[in-house]
Write a protein that binds this ligand. Structure first.
Ligand SMILES: [Mg+2]
Length: 218
C-alpha cells in the first residue's frame, strides 16, 4: 500500500508495535489456576465486540456482572482477578518475553517531528504495556484504549475522538493495525485509511514507505 494524504497516525498496540506470537499460550501458562475465568472473560470480550455502552462505567459493570453470573463469583472477585491477576500478568509477560518491532524507535522519532501519533488498544493499561516493551510513551500525543470508551473494536467512535484530539480530520488519519476485522473495520467505519501490519515483513514495508512519505512531504 502507498501512504498518502496522511497527517496523523493511530497505531494499534498488540500484534502491531510488537510481534505477539504465542501470547495466548503464555497467558494460559501464567493463568493456569484461573483458566475458567480467563476463558469466560475472553468469550465475553468476543460477544461485546463493537457493543457500545457509551462509557467505561457501564461497560465494566456489564463485563464484570456477566462473568460473575456465569461463574457464580462476586463482581469484586471478577474485578480483582481482571486487574490484579490478568492485567498485571499481561504486563509481566510483555516485560519478560516481548520487545518492540525492529527500528520502532527510529521510525516513531522520525514521524513525531512531522505529525501527531496516537496509540489505541482494545486492552487497558496501555502506558504500562508500552513501558514493558520499552517503547517511549512520550512520543504519542494520545494514548487510549477501548474499555475507557466503553466499546470494543471495531467501533468508529473512539477513533473519531482520537483524530479530533490530534486536530486532524478523519480522512487524513491513517490507522495501522494487525487485524482487518477490528482495526481495519473500525478505520473503514470512521472514514480513515488503514495499513495492515501483521508480520515483520509488512512492518519493514510500512517503515520504508513511511520514511519515504515524510521525505516527499518535505
Ligand atoms: Mg492488535
Amino acid at each position: 500500500m502507498k501512504i498518502s494524504n496522511c497527517d496523523a497516525l493511530i497505531f494499534d498496540l498488540d500484534g502491531t508495535l510488537y510481534n505477539k506470537k504465542k501470547i495466548a499460550f503464555f497467558t494460559m501458562m501464567q493463568q493456569w489456576r484461573h483458566l475458567r475465568i480467563l476463558s469466560v472473560s475472553n468469550k465475553r470480550r468476543g460477544e461485546l465486540k463493537g457493543v457500545d455502552f457509551g462509557d467505561s462505567v457501564l461497560y465494566y459493570q456489564n463485563f464484570y456482572n456477566s462473568i460473575g453470573e456465569e461463574l457464580s463469583l462476586s463482581v469484586e472477585t471478577v474485578k480483582d482477578w481482571y486487574i490484579n491477576t490478568f492485567y498485571r500478568g499481561f504486563i509481566g509477560i510483555l516485560e519478560q518475553r516481548y520487545s518492540a518491532r525492529k527500528n520502532l524507535k527510529t521510525l516513531l522519532e522520525h514521524i513525531d517531528k512531522e505529525f501527531p501519533m496516537a496509540v489505541f488498544s482494545d486492552y487497558a493499561f496501555v502506558e504500562e504495556r508500552l513501558r514493558a516493551l520499552e517503547i517511549d510513551d512520550s512520543l504519542f500525543s494520545v494514548i487510549s484504549h477501548s474499555e475507557e470508551y466503553g466499546v470494543l473494536k471495531p467501533s468508529a467512535r473512539p477513533l473519531l475522538d482520537l483524530s479530533l484530539k490530534m486536530g486532524v480530520s478523519a480522512d487524513r488519519t491513517l490507522v495501522v493495525g494487525d487485524r482487518v476485522d477490528t482495526d481495519g473495520e473500525a478505520a473503514l467505519k470512521a472514514g480513515m485509511m488503514f495499513y495492515h501490519v501483521d508480520s515483520e515483513d509488512k512492518w519493514d514495508q510500512f517503515s520504508k514507505e513511511m520514511h519515504k512519505y515524510i521525505e516527499m512531504r518535505g
